[in-house]
Design a protein around this ligand. Structure first.
Ligand SMILES: O=C([C@H](O)CO)[C@H](O)[C@H](O)COP(=O)(O)O
Length: 210
């Protein structure tokens, strides 16, 4: 099980500062959608240049032009690129094909997918690397989480790795670990803490002990 740090509500210098504090505890650094909207793919480039040995995920949440947008993210230095599960199969296939050409990976974000079990099985057959259940900020604000959704996709996904994101904190991490995802994605649960290094370190400890 791996730990991914999601960087969302910071600028490029702020993102670099956070990674410096927690890099030894996280496996993947995510350049979140809000950073990409604010700074463009320069943010991906800057983080990869600052931390060349880290796996960098560009959270583009692609909806169309899968191949082209993956190509641009990979040019900027991304190792993993996200596309939405609600996108057309043609877009997901294009994204997978382009990523594979460069030895990179695709994570499908299942945010807003209605029939999760059916769509997860369909997406799994398209050769993607990760399938991620995700409760976004707007539904987190309504008190929702993705823990039950994680069980749902664990039951149907046979090829891809399974990931979970959305409001995970130190206090709720054990509940997530119990379902045994391949990847746990945490943003505010680390970046919102006064001592980010200690939060990330404790999360890594819990994940490693399983
Ligand atoms: O993808 C995300 C969100 O939609 C904003 O773009 C976050 O990176 C993801 O939700 C993880 O962050 P937390 O919910 O703060 O853990």
């Amino acid at each position: 099980m791996k730990l991914q740090l999601a960087l969302d509500l910071v600028d490029i210098p702020g993102a670099i500062e956070v990674v410096k504090q927690v890099e030894s505890f996280v496996d993947i650094v995510e350049i979140g959608t809000p950073i990409v909207i604010n700074e463009g793919l320069h943010a991906v480039k800057a983080l990869k240049e600052a931390f060349p040995n880290m796996t960098v995920l560009a959270d583009l949440k692609i909806m169309d032009a899968g191949g082209y947008e993956v190509m641009k993210a990979v040019e900027a230095g991304a190792d993993i690129v996200t596309i939405l599960g609600v996108a057309e199969d043609a877009s997901i296939k294009g994204a997978v094909e382009e990523a594979k050409k460069h030895g990179k990976q695709i994570l499908v974000d299942m945010i807003a997918v209605k029939n999760l079990a059916v769509r997860a099985a369909e997406v799994d057959a398209l050769g993607v690397d990760y399938i991620c259940v995700h409760t976004g900020y707007d539904l987190q604000a309504e008190g929702q989480n993705s823990f039950e959704d994680l069980r749902t996709i664990k039951a149907v996904v046979k090829n891809a790795k399974v990931a979970v994101a959305g409001g995970i904190k130190l206090s709720t991490l054990p509940e997530v670990i119990a379902v045994n995802p391949d990847l746990v994605i945490v943003g505010g649960g680390i970046t919102g803490e006064t001592n980010m290094s200690s939060a990330a370190s404790e999360m890594k400890r819990l994940i490693t002990q399983g």
